[in-house]
Design a protein around this ligand. Structure first.
Ligand code: FMN
Length: 170
């Protein structure tokens, strides 16, 4: 799958089948995150790869709007550098996109978790004070019994302009 196809077809996956995710796949996913652009190339991120079922269960319990993490075969906890106040959130968001698209290209799904107990996750994973949890990304093969659905996109003609706002794009 090429990059454009991965970007255009990726869907949020919240239900996973039982197939394990190999460490090498997770390494590639994290490396895709590490290759994201970042302001001044400060790379204000850190990644924790999690495959231990007990840890995944605990993380799921701490992800208020991402209980599905508990049932995933793996996760990447993305940490942001709190000393980088200006751009760290934007940089980390781009690392998330890279990881989601890279995972999708390998047949793996994920879904952003927006609400979680950051301090409790940090304590659980021994994260030093300088780092804050940006998000938890579960990774696994989509459960084809409950396949993810494509999101409705706002109409192109409303969102895309040509030369001046309001001119329809060709
Ligand atoms: C910043 C952000 C926060 C999100 N938070 C959650 C969340 O807490 N729980 C959840 O199930 N999905 C969450 N999502 C997933 C979105 O609902 C999903 O990406 C969106 O509906 C578009 O679907 P797609 O990922 O299939 O393109 C979040 C996505 C983003 C970008």
């Amino acid at each position: 799958m090429d990059a454009i196809e991965a970007i255009m077809t990726r869907k949020a996956v919240r239900q996973f089948d039982r197939r394990p995710v190999e460490l090498e796949q997770l390494r590639r996913i994290v490396d895709a995150g590490r290759h994201a652009m970042s302001a001044r190339n400060l790379q204000p991120w850190s990644f924790i790869i999690v495959r231990d079922p007990g840890t995944l269960r605990d993380l799921g319990a701490l992800c208020t709007t991402g209980r599905y993490v508990a049932d995933a075969p793996a996760a990447v906890v993305l940490l942001k550098d709190t000393e980088n106040k200006r751009w760290a959130d934007i940089d980390c968001a781009q690392a998330v996109c890279n990881m989601a698209d890279a995972g999708w290209a390998m047949g793996l799904g994920t879904c952003f978790v927006g609400n979680f107990d950051s301090d409790a996750i940090a304590r659980r994973l021994g994260v030093p004070d300088r780092w804050a949890v940006f998000t938890v990304l579960p990774f696994g093969y989509p459960d084809l019994g409950n396949p993810p659905s494509a999101k409705p996109l706002k109409p192109r003609r409303e969102m895309v302009h040509f030369e001046r706002f309001g001119n329809p794009a060709p």
